[in-house]
Design a protein around this ligand. Structure first.
Ligand SMILES: Cc1ncc(COP(=O)(O)O)c(C=O)c1O
Length: 445
């Protein structure tokens, strides 16, 4: 039974189950964020913290935008939502689908809405497998992904994730997943030929690998080479722009920056900047035609109660208005060099293994091990910043697009100060607190 203050009366433990977290050691470790404004968030101790990861890569237009709240309020007051099942729909979902179709570099795009990125992946994989069934190649079921790739953790997402720790311990997963090294075109071609192109449904990749491997920009020519291999072997080319979409990588979509025309694109996060949950699987004409061509008898038998949720779509429309009106994508592009240059000197520190970035406001400072990364992420709060560990050992640097130049420059200063504190403590071999070196580490993408 829970008491009025939200704690469980039997053992005084809050019932909230944190994601990717070790719950027995959680009491006392919780870091509660209560408010946000621009590039800052505020915790329940009243501290102002620069939101360096933008939540989970989503707070692109910044926190506390009244314009989005007002748009959602208007929509909620008029009609919270109405499903887009069968012949029902709602105008916000139609409006947003057309707006997305007009933005994406996907031929004759059709938009299937979900509530987030994981659901977009599940919809896309079912769609592509069904497409091959209908076009007379039912053996094409395998989806190739890359080591370090992360596309969500629902059923198929867990089966294809390129981070082994996220696949283990669940028993048998879904068949039809093949993982290849991340930046090796020869290995991709060899895998296609060894497996048999006529058994491969799709190749799926992130343009810049985000959480799974801790921000890894593409090797020169890799993405266009992979796209060509897909075309050559008839494989559907699926691009996961859940993180990179809507400006994060310095262009509206990373596909534009790298000269890609995917057959299917996955979107979420920046679509609403996190104001409400929303994702989409965007299918180009090649795949959608099987279901959309005049006279086609086929129905894509997939549905979600909240697909095209009107209030979430209203949030997305207001978010896109801000993104365009304030040219925030241009702002990201013009700051990417500054961010990387500011971070690069950190490479000199003995606890830093690598600094990666240079593609939009996406960077990572890789540290020498997960425990060090956790300690630094914790210590940096004292410097007025919130950071998180991604890819096992890296600090995720992906601030809201509205971050000021002085704040960009403050990020390495804060990391340096935290590194000094951590290395000082380590060299004194002082006994660390349980939060600072967790006995059982939490891992997250
Ligand atoms: C590249 C990528 N794809 C898909 C997902 C899954 O999205 P969601 O958590 O909204 O289900 C994520 C989440 O971090 C992601 O980073």
């Amino acid at each position: 039974m829970n008491t009025a203050n939200g704690t469980n009366s039997a053992n005084s433990v809050n019932a909230l189950w944190h994601n990717h977290a070790h719950m027995p050691t959680m009491p006392g470790r919780e870091h509660r964020i209560v408010r946000g404004a621009g590039a800052y968030v505020y915790d329940d101790a009243g501290r102002e913290l620069l939101d360096v990861p933008a939540g989970l890569w989503f707070a692109n237009v910044g926190h506390g935008r009244a314009e989005i709240a007002d748009a959602v309020h208007r929509q909620l007051s008029e009609l919270a939502t109405y499903p887009v099942f069968g012949d029902f729909c709602n105008p916000r979902a139609e409006e947003l689908a057309d707006r997305i179709a007009g933005l994406v570099p996907v031929e004759d795009a059709k938009v299937f809405f979900t509530s987030g990125g994981s659901e977009a992946l599940e919809a896309a994989v079912k769609l592509v497998r069904r497409y091959w069934q209908l076009t007379g190649e039912p053996a094409r079921q395998t989806v190739i992904t890359r080591e370090g790739g992360y596309h969500g953790l629902h059923g198929f997402g867990t089966s294809i994730v390129g981070v082994p720790a996220f696949r283990e311990g669940f028993g048998a997963l879904l068949p039809g997943a093949l993982t290849v090294p991340a930046m090796d075109l020869a290995a991709l071609e060899a895998a296609i030929l060894a497996h048999g192109p006529d058994r491969i449904a799709a190749f799926l990749c992130e343009p810049v690998i985000a959480g799974g491997a801790g921000v890894v920009p593409p090797a020169d020519g890799y993405l266009t080479g992979a796209q060509e291999l897909c075309r050559e072997h008839g494989i559907v080319f699926m691009l996961d722009e859940v993180v990179t979409g809507f400006g994060r990588a310095g262009s509206m979509f990373a596909a534009e920056r790298y000269g890609l025309r995917p057959d299917i694109m996955l979107l979420a996060k920046g679509l609403t900047s996190g104001y409400l949950p929303l994702g989409a699987a965007v299918a180009g004409g090649r795949v959608a035609e099987a279901f959309w061509a005049p006279g086609s008898p086929h129905v894509f038998q997939h549905g979600l109660t909240y697909s095209g949720h009107a209030s979430a779509c209203a949030a997305a429309l207001a978010n896109l208005d801000i993104l365009e009106r304030e040219d925030l994508v241009g702002r990201v592009r013009s700051r990417e060099g500054r961010l990387l240059e500011a971070l690069l000197p950190l490479r000199e520190h003995p606890l830093v293994a690598d600094v990666r970035g240079g593609t939009g406001l996406m960077a990572a400072v890789a540290l020498r091990g997960h425990d060090v990364a956790e300690e630094v992420a914790h210590a940096v709060v004292n410097e007025g910043m919130l950071m998180r560990v991604t890819g096992g050992d890296a600090l995720q640097i992906s601030p809201p697009f509205v971050i000021g130049d002085e704040d960009i420059d403050r990020i390495p200063v804060a990391i340096s100060a935290a590194l000094s504190r951590v290395s000082g403590r380590r060299s004194r071999a002082a006994a660390p607190s349980s939060r600072e070196t967790p006995a059982l580490s939490d891992t997250a993408p």
